[in-house]
Design a protein around this ligand. Structure first.
Ligand SMILES: C[S@@+](CC[C@H](N)C(=O)[O-])C[C@H]1O[C@@H](n2cnc3c(N)ncnc32)[C@H](O)[C@@H]1O
Length: 247
């Protein structure tokens, strides 16, 4: 990342105008590595006929990479930033690449029918919702509401046996309580990749778990009572870890 797109504070990641300005200047940046670093984890989940939704594509090349991997059932990339979407459309048109739809859309209000996609993938996008969390063990109610709205939207647009892949530095003790919230029927597994700092690759398969009986549906499991420090992060990734009280 070049200095002229770095935010003053991590809270800028929650501001849509920050992303528009950034994407106006920056042509390409891959958060949490590119496909070559996690292909061994993603490839077993791909087949030519599947339809894929990428949430928060930014100026990443993951959508085109999936096309090159042989996904032919339709790839849809969404982002809240019109600048990112228009630049990606222009780039695909210049390359003569078809088979990737790029749409301005809010992941908190997904404009897709239920059970539309075989695979939903996000890389570094859910992390944006966590940047105003002063205490990662107790995110504030608005943050929790937005995280749950994002996950509920993804769960809804996944086909009955669809898979959600989340690529993040968010460790299992911070993510599992959201992924495993009552009401979701997906199983939750994870792997790590990367040298030095390990990124997390979560695989959530819908239809593998029974939802909790009604009455438990809106209750999140309590946060765990252990503590761990983040290891060293590469490049801009570290900004996601900054405690907002220290800014
Ligand atoms: C950290 S970047 C990750 C970009 C890309 N996935 C990558 O791996 O390089 C987060 C992206 O999420 C997008 N974003 C933030 N809030 C969003 C929302 N509510 N709906 C859709 N996209 C959003 C931003 O515009 C930005 O492109």
């Amino acid at each position: 990342m070049s200095d002229d797109v770095a935010p003053c504070t991590a809270l800028a990641y929650l501001d849509p105008s920050y992303w528009d300005q950034r994407f106006g200047k920056e042509e390409h940046y891959e958060w949490f590595k590119d496909l070559s670093h996690f292909r061994h984890l993603l490839s077993p989940l791909l087949s030519p006929s599947i339809s894929v939704l990428e949430v928060g594509c930014g100026n990443s090349r993951l959508g085109e990479d999936l096309l090159r991997e042989g996904v032919a059932g339709g790839i849809t990339c969404i982002d809240l930033s019109p600048v990112a979407v228009h630049k990606m459309r222009d780039r695909l048109a210049e390359q003569g690449t078809s088979g990737v739809d790029v749409v301005v859309a809010d992941m908190l209000d997904m404009p897709f029918e239920s059970e539309s996609f075989d695979l939903v993938i996000e890389k570094g996008t859910m992390d944006v919702l966590f940047v105003d969390v002063a205490d990662p063990w107790n995110p504030n109610p608005t943050t929790v509401e937005n995280i749950m709205r994002m996950l509920e939207g993804i769960h809804k647009v996944l086909k009955p046996d669809g898979i959600f892949v989340s690529i993040t530095f968010g460790q299992p003790h911070f993510r599992r309580r959201f992924f495993e919230a009552p009401g979701f029927t997906w199983s939750v597994e994870w792997s790590t990749f990367g040298d030095g700092f390990h990124y997390f690759f979560y695989t959530l398969q819908k239809g593998k778990r029974s939802p909790e009986p009604s009455g438990h549906q809106n209750k999140l499991p309590a946060p765990p009572s252990i503590n761990m420090l983040h290891e060293e992060l590469e490049s801009e990734d570290y900004i996601f870890c900054i405690n907002v009280e220290e800014l």
